[in-house]
Design a protein around this ligand. Structure first.
Ligand code: PMP
Length: 768
């Protein structure tokens, strides 16, 4: 690939002066100028006129030299006022001088000198950005009809070569930087196809602060020079390269990049898909700079020195781009360019086909296309740390679960009215992990269905129709279970009575005061009495053992004991809803009800048990299940099908093999400590709640009151600027819900903590 190594020609100023004299007939003083491969000299002729003599890199491709001369001729013809160099002819009236110096053949060009200061040395380069953008677009416009075979050259700086260049990543000695470069290379592969479909033409391809001249006011562009890196490629590479270079030169901030783009589109419009590609191309160009420098540091120290300043700046800039994220950066550029992001179409279609009320997370909704372990990837290849989703319990797309599902679905997917080994094995494994009394399973397809069946079972067995639930509980969406779900809003039906949440801040390992126990007991008595007053007796007490929708509480067994005792005494069955907390999420226990000290009559499972494959289970004593079957003749078409069972078995196996419950305990504990430490430092963080990998962090206003708006801001900023997915929970909607896959490790927790600290430290103003 061309241009990895820098210039090796050692032609002296005296030798260059000889060339000028003999070939051009000009007597002049020469001064060497910087140049990566060609050897350039500033020429001041005796008559006062000024030129630049370009002695072409002896290794340069003859076709490329021809291309450089022809493009200057083309531009002179197409846009004579364009501030680019003009070619001066030799005495023999040729454009290129061919000569031999000290036995080596050289080609040289003499071009007009353009006045001005280099942008890279300008006092306030931001001033020139709009005019530079416009000038670049004018240049591209003039270049549209130009073609030359040399434009197909394989040039190391051409970002389309990044995947080949990525082989050099071993030369990058900083671990974090190597990881970032890998990330960019992986993302870039996804966008190569899109790049090939973009409007393409001859472009300058290397507009940076050292190739742009400004007038003394630093406002007007007086020159664009160096056509040695021209390529035929997507037109948008022109502004992308310029933005990337000015960022890595530290001559422009990310927010100022809009000014350059505005200038460009003022002279020539870009299509939405071109604007959309900007982010990827700019990231790729950063990676190219870092890779080229890393290689040169070992093989071409002189070339490396020339880049040294831009390397640390490139690293910082790359990190900033990745942290700000594609959505935020691209949105601003689309706005500047007057184009709409492609996702806008998907959102419109979604609203039309799914209804405007179909909820979407985040201010800037995500278009997620792939998951892997604790990571989610959007359509543009941006990676998000998933601190929200508990359904992928053992990690998104865990290979063991995926292959178990694939194997089974390729073999058989029927209902449970045939004998099948897998569902029985799964039932054996589940019941083996539960108290002996809970020995029989009913398979359904969701947590809602599981709770619906549990509720019907409780009604059928007790002959009653009242329910005790937590205030703000969530148990699902079927008609019967939605009534047990005040978290969805609406009034609570007459057959339902709500229990108050435990005292905030009390942890599982803390003793509950006698007064608090008495309050819990009185609350249960009152709820039962209220039911009675409305003509109902309780068939069941439902409890999500993580008290998730209440805002994630972790009370000691002493809180639940009097409640459970009174409910049971009133004839209610105790139903442990393990949809959130089951399968080791608390860290300390495999089942959440164990942590709460509850001895349930029925347990319901959902969400995490199939790692994304829909499945729900009701587990109860055999006599209860059989009585229910006898009365209701229960059957579910998909419940317990062979594929779901294969998924369930694989999840249990991975949980054990990867010791994920222990990980929830350890990593969750570390995260909890980290959150506590943050809460000490930042007033907007209040109590830390929960355990294991289901944690809540209260977001509050300066007076310590729940602050939903601030909490929403946190969730959006974490997503948009840090690529971290979280959610909100609780009656006031101010509890940051942290509930990642169980494979979430310390490095992920650290990333989250750093982002939380940065977001809190950003000093956002939330005053209305
Ligand atoms: N129970 C609890 C505690 C839940 O959190 C949920 C879902 N959020 C459900 C039941 C209902 O599960 P599904 O959405 O799978 O029907």
């Amino acid at each position: 690939m061309r241009a990895l190594r820098t210039n090796s020609s050692g032609l002296s100023a005296t030798e260059a002066a000889d060339i000028l004299r003999t070939v051009y007939g000009i007597e002049a003083a020469l001064e060497a100028l910087p140049g990566e491969r060609d050897r350039n000299f500033a020429v001041r002729a005796q008559d006062g006129s000024r030129y630049v003599l370009k002695v072409i890199d002896p290794q340069a491709d003859a076709a490329m030299v021809d291309c450089q001369t022809r493009v200057l001729m083309h531009l002179a013809e197409q846009d004579p006022a364009l501030p680019v160099p003009r070619l001066c002819l030799t005495r023999a009236c040729t454009e290129v001088a061919k000569l031999t110096v000290a036995g080596q053949a050289h080609s040289a060009l003499l071009i007009s000198h353009l006045p001005g200061q280099l942008l890279v040395q300008a006092q306030a380069p931001a001033l020139a950005l709009p005019t530079l953008g416009a000038m670049m677009a004018r240049l591209d416009h003039a270049l549209r009809g130009f073609f030359h075979v040399a434009l197909a050259q394989s040039l190391v700086w051409d970002v389309r070569r990044l995947p080949e260049l990525a082989e050099l990543v071993g030369y990058v000695d900083d671990d974090d930087m190597r990881r970032l470069v890998h990330e960019v290379v992986a993302q870039f592969k996804d966008c190569q196809l899109r790049l090939r479909g973009l409007p393409s033409q001859a472009i300058h391809g290397d507009i940076h602060g050292g190739n742009v001249l400004l007038d003394s006011a630093g406002f007007r562009v007086t020159g664009i020079v160096d056509f040695g890196d021209m390529i035929h490629g997507p037109r948008v590479f022109e502004p992308a390269v310029a933005i990337s270079e000015l960022l890595t030169e530290g001559r422009m901030t990310l927010s100022e990049s809009g000014a350059l783009l505005r200038g460009y589109v003022s002279a020539q419009a870009l299509e939405a898909r071109e604007v959309d590609a900007l982010y990827d191309v700019i990231l790729a160009r950063h990676a190219v700079s870092l890779l080229v420098h890393a290689w040169r540091a070992q093989h071409d120290p002189a070339g490396a020195r020339a880049l040294v300043n831009s390397v640390s700046q490139a690293a910082r800039s790359l990190e900033q781009l990745l942290n700000t994220g594609r959505a935020a950066v691209s949105e601003a550029w689309h706005e500047t360019a007057g184009t709409s992001p492609p996702m806008a179409g998907l959102r419109r279609r979604r609203a039309r086909l799914l209804g405007a009320g179909a909820e979407l997370f985040y201010e800037e909704p995500l278009h997620i296309v792939r998951g892997e372990d604790v990571w989610l990837f959007d359509a543009a290849g941006r990676r998000y740390l998933d601190v929200y989703n508990n359904v992928p319990h053992v990690g998104h797309a865990h290979p063991s679960v995926v292959s178990a599902i694939q194997r089974q679905v390729a073999l058989l997917a029927t209902h449970t009215r045939y004998l099948h080994e897998a569902v029985i094995r799964y039932a054996e494994q589940l019941t083996a992990r539960l108290p002996p009394r809970l020995d029989t399973c009913i398979f359904v397809n969701s947590g809602s269905e599981a709770n619906d069946v549990a509720w019907r079972m409780a009604e059928s067995i007790t002959g009653r129709h009242g329910a005790l639930i937590m205030e703000h509980a969530y148990h699902g969406i079927t008609h019967a279970v939605a009534a047990l779900t005040p978290a969805l809003g609406g009034s609570v039906a007459a057959h339902i009575a709500c229990l108050r949440a435990p005292p905030s801040g009390v942890a599982v390992d803390q003793a509950l005061s006698a007064a608090d126990v008495a309050v819990a007991a009185a609350n249960a008595d009152q709820a039962i009495a209220d039911l009675q007053a409305r003509g109902h007796r309780p068939a069941a007490l439902f409890l999500d053992s993580a008290l998730t929708s209440n805002g994630i509480f972790d009370p000691p067994p002493a809180w639940l004991e009097p409640i459970a005792e009174r409910a049971r005494a009133a004839g209610a069955l105790l139903i442990g809803d393990e949809v959130q907390y089951g399968l080791g999420r608390s860290g300390s226990h495999f089942w959440g009800f164990e942590r709460r000290g509850l001895d349930p009559d029925i347990v319901t499972l959902g969400k995490p048990i199939g790692n994304g494959f829909p499945m729900g289970v009701v587990i109860a004593p055999r006599e209860m299940v059989e009585q229910f079957q006898a009365r209701c003749g229960f059957f579910s078409t998909f419940g317990g099908n062979a594929v779901a069972a294969a998924a369930g078995l694989a999840v249990l196996q991975v949980l054990e093999q990867e010791a994920l419950q222990a990980n929830a305990q350890k990593t969750g504990g570390e995260l909890r400590e980290g959150l506590r430490a943050l809460a000490q430092q930042h007033a907007e963080f209040g109590a830390v709640r929960g355990s294991g990998l289901l944690l809540g962090l209260e977001i509050q206003d300066p007076q310590g009151r729940p602050d939903k708006r601030r909490a929403q801001r946190f969730v959006n900023v974490l997503c948009a600027e840090h690529g971290i997915l979280t959610g909100l929970e609780g009656p006031s909607g101010n509890v940051l819900k942290l509930r990642p896959p169980m494979s979430f490790r310390k490095e992920h927790a650290d990333r989250l903590l750093a982002a939380l600290a940065a977001t809190a430290g950003a000093g956002q103003d939330f005053s209305p």
